[in-house]
Design a protein around this ligand. Structure first.
Ligand code: MN
Length: 388
């Protein structure tokens, strides 16, 4: 296989240092986006690539060694604790490109003018897309899209996505950090790749586009052209990365999701879930104490309306709320019949405790207004305020 490569990394327009690293020396091509403290990110991404660049061995072994190297270094140096890095690597091996991937850097292949994504992001937001709670379009602009569920160097063991591509002559591959994909959409990336036949010019143009869009993160692009390969169309099934998400661009479909009020309930619950996962994932218990405990919502407890302190989510079994008062005269089955309160079980968010109490008061008024017979509110003879 004959390759020609162009590569560029850039600090961007906002960050002070560049925590991205890349390697583009046949047979190893890789992008790593480090994170964790002042120097941590830079050390993690460069150490990872340095380690996988040493000697030749199976790609899985290379990545595990890199993981160990970063993990041990972070363990030894308190200034580097908590550092980690993404890694997206391609290794040329005969007529095959072997791929290893962890994190939210990406590999793409441009073939016949169409861009295919070969990797799947290991992020909270991608997990929500997999669960059907978020569309791919929403994920691309989600404020928490860079929170990783997996990174190299943060744990002793590491799960790595692996795959292999059998490229054809004329294919172009792109490895990039999220500083590119977070600023430039796939349609535009496709256009830039098509308009710049020279791989170095293409890498430069991609970085420029990300900077023009704001350059909010470090940007890295490695562009590889397959000049010569055996190049048979690969039969279905043996082709490319098994765990790869194949996103075809060029036809940016209009959002097929139903818009409007029907979605407001699930969406609100999902947002809380994402925030909660972020808090738990990052171990931000101080934030929880300051922020979560200052939140109130109206929910359900033992079949009745209840006032809660906290947020309506329980990521990984951590409860982030508790009922502070139950209202036995407001059965949730009755209240959820009102369209405006149908989200009760997901939690109806309030601005403050006072606001939450006024929502509960409105529920009571609504229930009384529809009471079938005159008499005590709620129809039941003895149902005052519930058990605290
Ligand atoms: Mn980044």
């Amino acid at each position: 296989m004959k390759l020609r490569v162009g590569a560029r990394t850039d600090v961007g327009r906002v960050r002070k240092g560049n925590e991205d690293s890349f390697t583009a020396e046949d047979p190893l091509f890789a992008v790593a986006d480090g994170m964790g403290g002042h120097q941590g990110g830079e050390v993690a991404s460069s150490l990872a690539l340095e380690t996988i660049g040493k000697g030749s061995r199976p790609i899985e072994k290379m990545v595990q060694e890199a993981n160990q190297a970063v993990y041990r270094r972070a363990d030894q140096d308190p200034g580097l604790s908590g550092m980690g890095t993404t890694l997206t690597a391609l290794v040329a091996d005969g007529e095959v490109l072997r791929m290893a991937h962890v994190g939210d850097s990406r590999a793409y292949m441009l073939r016949d003018g169409r861009l295919q994504r070969l990797t799947k992001d290991h992020t909270v937001v991608q997990r929500l897309v997999d669960e059907g709670k978020l569309t791919a379009e929403e994920a691309e602009i989600h404020p928490q899209r860079s929170i990783l569920t997996r990174a190299l160097g943060v744990d002793e063991s590491l799960q790595v996505d692996q795959g292999a591509i059998e490229p054809r002559t004329g294919d172009r591959l792109l490895l990039c950090s999220d500083g590119l994909t977070g600023m430039v959409d796939e349609e535009r990336i496709t256009r830039i790749l098509i308009e710049n036949p020279d791989p170095q010019a293409a890498a430069d143009a991609l970085v420029e586009a990300a900077n023009e869009a704001g350059g909010q993160d470090n940007i890295t692009a490695v562009v590889m052209d397959v000049l010569e390969a055996k190049g048979e169309p690969v039969p279905q099934g043996t082709q490319a990365a098994p765990q790869a998400a194949r996103t075809e661009t060029g036809s940016s479909r209009p959002s097929t999701s139903s818009s409007g009020d029907r979605r407001s309930g699930p969406r609100r619950a999902l947002l809380w879930g994402a925030i909660a996962l972020v808090l738990v994932g990052a171990g931000l218990w101080a934030v929880k104490a300051l922020w979560v405990d200052g939140q109130f919502y109206v929910g359900e407890s033992s079949g009745s309306v209840a006032l809660y302190r906290g947020i309506p989510a329980a990521p990984l079994g951590f409860r982030l709320s508790r009922p502070i008062e139950e209202f036995g005269d407001l059965p949730s089955a009755e209240i959820t019949r009102f369209p405006e309160y149908q989200d009760l079980r997901d939690g109806i968010t309030a601005e403050s405790e006072e606001d939450a109490r006024s929502i509960i008061e409105q529920m009571r008024t609504a229930l009384q207004a529809t009471a079938p017979e005159p008499g005590p509110p709620g129809g039941q003879p003895s149902a005052p305020a519930g058990q605290p």
